[in-house]
Write a protein that binds this ligand. Sequence first.
Ligand code: COA
Length: 388
Amino acid sequence: MRDVAVVGVGETAFGEHWEKSLRDLSVAAGVAAIRDAGIEGADIEAMYIGNMSGGRFAGQEHLAALAADQSGLVGIPSTRVEAACASGGLAFRQACLAVASGRYDIVIAAGAEKMTDLQTVDVTTTLMGAGDQEWEGWLGMSFPGLYALMARRHMYEYGTTKEQMALFSVNGHKNAVLNPNAQFRFEITVEDVLKSALVADPLRLLDCSPITDGAAAVIVASKDIAKKFKNPIWLLGSGQATDALALHDRKSLTSLRAAKIAAKQAYKQSRTVPEKIDVAEVHDCFSINGLIALEDLGFCGVGKSGKFIEEGNIKRGAAVSINTSGGLKAKGHPVGATGVSQIVEIVKQLRGDAKKRQVHADFGLTHNVGGSGATVVVNILGKDPIER
Ligand code: COA
């Protein structure tokens, strides 16, 4: 397989975009990535676009062809990729595999979602399509409810506290203040989290990612092409795995098996270890999932994430800078776009383009979770390609 690098990134602001449609957001992100790379649309040979539920959120299916057409790329092969909230990370992985295989030299990977046009109850029902509909959805379960069960079990097994979970949200909001594309650019305290409205006990409003519109895109190129660009950022390793959709079919409620498998693959391919990762964007759709990610990715021991956060290890410039973009909690979570926007942030950090939220980084990681963990994609990127 050939080496692959990211040579251009772009995204829209995340938030409520009343005046923009799903197509507007997709095109805006794509154009921004093409401009950032300094290429022409005609240079792009294929497109992969992550989108969870354009049909239900915005009444628009067949997004792959629409995005290609509206971006002026009509004619190229364009493929929609769906893996719930991991759709974006998977679209990026598919684009990289397409280039690595030798079939294409320059491919665009995008992700887009327009969620805010529906009432919250309809958004929640649509999102629940990513769970086991027969055994969870039809019994009234929702995603906040599923993650609340995981949180309760983590608290029971390891003594994890609500304060420790709240600290994960506090960190995301602190970073989001410095990100002009983030939905919530204000700081919060642990007390704010603990006082916010109860959503699904023990998770409160400020433990939850919001409902968001947004899109992101990156340009992926083969080694020979990428070397001609000013600052290519290399994909060093990529892993993907699945697990049972329903929580009751899982071996554990306190870790995601798919994340552990995907991380193992990505670390092995990239010849890195958790200690080498300087900056990571992890999938904190709910604060508890941020804690579980720290353990599954090997940044701290099993059951130790609460203490790890309390000791200040996830702040910018600490042991591993977590969610410098603000993460899903504060940057926002337009489900199909999230995985690609995580790549955008890590590329900016590795290029030295992250402005006020810049940290020292040689290696960066993205962790993108579909549903309650039935799909997980982990990517590791670096400043230099691996010497083979
Ligand atoms: N964090 C911080 N503030 C939030 C927020 C969040 N997650 N969600 C909404 N708000 C704010 C709004 O900005 C609004 O503020 P304002 O009154 O100052 O304008 C206020 O809270 C009420 O917003 P509203 O849209 O009425 O909230 P809601 O009750 O309809 O939705 C949740 C809140 C938590 C139910 C919703 O954000 C949600 O479902 N989140 C989870 C999404 C999800 O499951 N994603 C997939 C994960 S797998």
